[in-house]
Write a protein that binds this ligand. Structure first.
Ligand code: KIV
Ligand code: ZN
Length: 390
């Protein structure tokens, strides 16, 4: 039986913390509706204590978006937890997500508190949150740089006070996949009450390993994975949710896991997030990059025309997009012939050879060949007057 992995989206909270990204309340609401269509399990709608706008956005999303849990972030202090509750309580599936740092470096330089004091704050915070709602998530910030036995003690305390999700963040993107996986095993073996909660992971991408670390944690038993659309977030960003989801989907033979995600909505939400945040997606990014399903090399185009399985491990239409043949100097005659057929042209082999030559010549001069260029070259070959110039 396949294990169901819960998807926790933090595009509107950690994602919005990307340098240069701010979203209006209306944009956040639209993104939240789209995330509900994507069918994520939890939407972290914001950090209500951070600003009045953040509070209003979380409240509006809690009032209007149905389906996923609506979560509000809160430091492990009373005023944050009450504020988070006051924003999420309008949802019929509210969640309070409270967090505190556990690494010695954060305790010494940021919190100026002892390990005992942090433990006490964890107890009080989770207890208060649990008195308000059942769905309480606790995060041990900078978990991967925390003494393992102390981390286990904090997690055990949080579960004891009622946390139903315990999140293990790689806050600074420091961990390596096997090391992170071993940490998850250690937690499973050393936290006595671990079976009373779900393990979640939240990985940052400072060393480019956020997705790999998240997948490794899933292999070792994590039940929830956190991330953002397009991988946006603090510094180098968060784990890219679309990449995690499509790894699980494409390699069910390897992971034996599934999600509730409606993958047809992946491309539309990616477009929406990049348009509203103003953060464009790099062309060659997996799954949602402009080039992810484009084929230019002649041998690839030939293979694709014979059978898309030759070069595509996922169907672009499954995630709401299409395959693109890009014509350039690497394109072959087969693909060009196919492209011309679609434009209702028919040529002899000799004419096709000439047209292919001309397309390649043009591609040496200009980077992108547009449909207009192909029409102009084809019309020229037919001695036909054209709407386009060649
Ligand atoms: O990166 C982090 O540790 C966080 C926590 C608040 C979960 O974003
Ligand atoms: Zn984070």
């Amino acid at each position: 039986m396949q294990k169901k992995i819960e998807i926790f989206d933090t595009t509107l909270r950690d994602g919005e913390q990307s340098p240069g990204a701010t979203l209006s309340i209306e944009e956040k609401l639209k993104i939240a509706h789209q995330l509900a269509k994507l069918n994520v399990d939890t939407i972290e709608a914001g950090f209500p204590i951070a600003s009045n706008d953040d509070f209003e956005a979380v409240k509006l999303i809690a009032q209007n978006v149905e389906g996923p849990y609506i979560s509000g972030l809160a430091r492990a202090i009373e005023k944050d937890i009450l504020c988070s509750w006051n924003a999420v309580k309008y949802s019929n599936k509210p969640c309070i997500h409270t967090f505190i740092s556990t690494s010695d470096i954060h305790l010494k330089y940021m919190f100026k508190k002892t390990r005992e004091q942090i433990l006490e704050m964890t107890k009080n915070a989770v207890k208060l949150a649990k008195s308000l709602t059942d769905r309480v998530q606790f995060s041990a910030m900078d978990a991967t740089r925390t003494d393992k036995d102390y981390l286990c003690k904090v997690i055990q305390t949080a579960i004891d006070k009622g946390a139903v999700v315990v999140n293990i963040p790689d806050t600074v993107g420091y961990s390596q996949p096997d090391e992170f996986g071993r940490l998850i095993n250690y937690i499973k073996e050393n936290v006595e009450n671990i079976n009373n909660a779900m393990i979640s992971v939240h990985c940052h991408n400072d060393l480019g390993l956020a997705v790999s670390n998240s997948l490794e944690a899933i292999k070792r038993g994590a039940g929830q994975v956190e991330g953002t659309i397009n991988g946006i977030g603090e510094r180098a960003g968060n784990a890219s949710l679309e990449e995690i989801i499509m790894n699980l989907k494409t390699r069910t033979d390897y992971f034996n896991c599934t999600t509730n995600i409606n993958i047809k909505e992946i491309y539309p939400i990616s477009k929406m997030v990049s348009q509203y945040t103003g953060i464009s997606v790099q062309r060659n990014k997996a799954i949602v990059g402009e080039n992810a399903f484009s084929h230019e090399a002649g041998i690839h185009q030939h293979g694709m025309l014979s059978n898309p399985l030759c070069y595509e491990i996922m169907k672009p239409e499954d995630i709401g997009r299409i395959t693109k043949m890009v014509f350039g100097k690497h394109s072959g005659k087969h693909a060009i012939e196919n492209g011309l057929k679609k434009l209702n042209y028919k040529f002899s082999q000799e004419q096709l050879n000439k047209i292919t030559e001309k397309i390649k010549e043009l591609a040496d001069k200009q980077k992108t060949i547009l449909e207009e260029d192909i029409i102009a070259i084809a019309d020229y070959e037919l001695n036909k007057s054209s709407n386009y110039l060649y």
